[in-house]
Design a protein around this ligand. Structure first.
Ligand code: PGA
Length: 260
C-alpha cells in the first residue's frame, strides 16, 4: 500500500520569521494526522530554522530546487549535498522553473540524478500547458517529460511524481478528479513499462494545481492519486491542516486513525 503524501510548496513566500510562525501555527495539528506523510517546502533560507524546529518530529522538509552540479563555481546556486543533511525531499521540474528559468527536460533529468546521488527524494513535476491540453496532447507531453526526467534512473524507490497541469496551477481552476486520475494512471502505465509492475505500484504519484480543502477529497478519493502538491493553500495553516486530515480520512485505514 502506498503511503499518501501531501507536500506544501511555499514558493517564494514567507520571510524566515513568517515561515517559523506558519509552522508553529500548524505543527501540532499536522503532527496529529496519522498515516499521511507531510512535507513542507519553504524557501531555502527557511530550511535550516525549520529543520531545527521540526527535528525529531514526523513532519518532513523539502527544498524547492537544487542545482545539478556538485560544489563549485556556480554563483547563486545550491547543491543537492548542501540541502541533503536538513531535508529529505526536493521539488524538481516545477512548471515555474521550466517557464521562468528555462529548465529543459534534460536539466530536470540532471537534477533528478543529482538529488538521488545526494540521498534526496525528488518530487518530479510534469504537466501540460493549456494549449497542449486543448490540442489533446496531454498524454504525449506527460510521456515525454516522464521519460526524459527518468532517463538513466534505475531505481524508482525514492522518486515521487507530481502531475500538475500548468493551466491548473495558481488559477483556481483545478482539474477534475477523474481527469487527473486518468493522466496519473497513464503515468503509472509508463512507469510499469519502464521499471516493471512492482516498482510502478509502489511509486507515489500526486496531483497538483489549485488544491484546496474543498476539492482535495475529489482527488484523493481516486485510486491512482496518492496525495497532492499544494501551493497557495499550503500557506494557510487551517487549509493545509484540513487538506491533510481529509487525505487521512479517505486514504488511511480506520485502525490507524483512532486516537487522532
Ligand atoms: P497551487 O500551486 O496549489 O497554488 O495551484 C501548486 C503548485 O504549483 O505546486
Amino acid at each position: 500500500m502506498r503511503v499518501p503524501l501531501i507536500a506544501g510548496n511555499w514558493k517564494m513566500h514567507t520571510t524566515i520569521a513568517e515561515a517559523v510562525q506558519l509552522v508553529v501555527a500548524m505543527r501540532d495539528d499536522l503532527e496529529a494526522v496519522r498515516g499521511v506523510e507531510i512535507v513542507l517546502c519553504p524557501p531555502f533560507v527557511s530550511l535550516y530554522p525549520l529543520y531545527e524546529l521540526l527535528r525529531g518530529g514526523p513532519l518532513r522538509l523539502g527544498a524547492q530546487n537544487i542545482d545539478y552540479r556538485d560544489f563549485g563555481a556556480v554563483t547563486g546556486e545550491i547543491a543537492a549535498r548542501m540541502v541533503a543533511p536538513i531535508c529529505s525531499m526536493v521539488i524538481l521540474g516545477h512548471s515555474e522553473r521550466r517557464r521562468y528559468f528555462g529548465e529543459s527536460d534534460q536539466v530536470v533529468n540532471w537534477k533528478v540524478k543529482a538529488a538521488l546521488a545526494a540521498g534526496l527524494h525528488p518530487i518530479v513535476c510534469v504537466g501540460e500547458q493549456l494549449e497542449e491540453n486543448e490540442a489533446g496532447a496531454t498524454a504525449a507531453v506527460v510521456e515525454r517529460q516522464v521519460r526524459a526526467a527518468l532517463a538513466g534512473v534505475t531505481d524508482l524507490r525514492r522518486i515521487v511524481i507530481a502531475y500538475e497541469p500548468v493551466w491548473a496551477i495558481g488559477t483556481g481552476r483545478a482539474a477534475h478528479g477523474p481527469q487527473a486520475n486518468a493522466t496519473i494512471g497513464w503515468i503509472r502505465h509508463l512507469l510499469r513499462d519502464r521499471f516493471g509492475p512492482a516498482a510502478a505500484e509502489e511509486t507515489r504519484i500526486l496531483y497538483g494545481g489549485s488544491v484546496t480543502p474543498d476539492n482535495i477529497a475529489e482527488f484523493v478519493a481516486q485510486p491512482e492519486i496518492d496525495g497532492a502538491l499544494v501551493g497557495g493553500a499550503s500557506l494557510r495553516a487551517a487549509d493545509f491542516v484540513a487538506i491533510c486530515r481529509t487525505t487521512a480520512d479517505l486514504r488511511v485505514p480506520k485502525e490507524l486513525l483512532e486516537g487522532r
